[in-house]
Design a protein around this ligand. Structure first.
Ligand SMILES: [Zn+2]
Ligand SMILES: [Zn+2]
Length: 173
């Protein structure tokens, strides 16, 4: 999504996430949790069950969707269900000169699944290449790998974790 759309959506997604949280913590959800625990008991101890609330944004042109929120309840062996959170943090990119924001495990161009971009620098869905048509936009000098050390143009290797940023793959915003 382009930056404006992402920012317009972001605050609302947070509000929706809070409402889902409240609903799943409410008294009304108790029966749901009881039934989920019963279900997990019924399927046997080697299987678990989960009820997922997903919020997606769908693009009919790309025929793909991006997950903006994924949260729910899981249960194993008849135990009291626990809350799950599965969303990926958003990452900024520059695609053909335009800033795009998508979950970090998706392609900012086609919205297909594309994880570990620095290790697999070509999108398996649309063939776009990291370092060419697309670059990862880093806002700060915080290491994108460990989020503790610092990296920069003059010092691409993180002093904390040793991760080296490929300077061809990133731009600093
Ligand atoms: Zn792609
Ligand atoms: Zn690091």
């Amino acid at each position: 999504m382009d930056r404006e759309k992402f920012e317009a959506a972001d605050a609302l997604v947070d509000e929706i996430a809070d409402i889902v949280d409240e609903m799943l913590a409410s008294e009304k959800a108790e029966l749901l949790k009881t039934k989920l625990a019963e279900l997990s008991k019924a399927v046997g101890s080697d299987l678990s069950v989960s009820l997922d609330c997903r919020l997606d944004v769908f693009d009919s042109k790309r025929e793909r969707s991006l997950p903006l929120l994924s949260t729910g309840l899981s249960s194993l062996r008849g135990q009291q269900p626990y809350r799950t959170w599965g969303d990926s943090s958003p990452q900024k990119y520059v695609v053909n000169g335009e800033m795009m924001i998508v979950p970090h495990d998706h392609c900012p161009a086609c919205w297909g699944v594309w994880d570990f971009k620095m290790d697999q620098p070509v999108c398996g869905e649309c063939g776009i290449r990291l370092g060419e048509q697309v670059k990862i936009l880093l806002d700060s000098d915080v290491c994108p790998h460990c989020e503790k050390g610092k990296v920069g143009v003059a010092k691409p290797r993180c002093s904390e974790c040793g991760f080296e940023v490929n300077l061809r793959y990133v731009v600093w915003g």
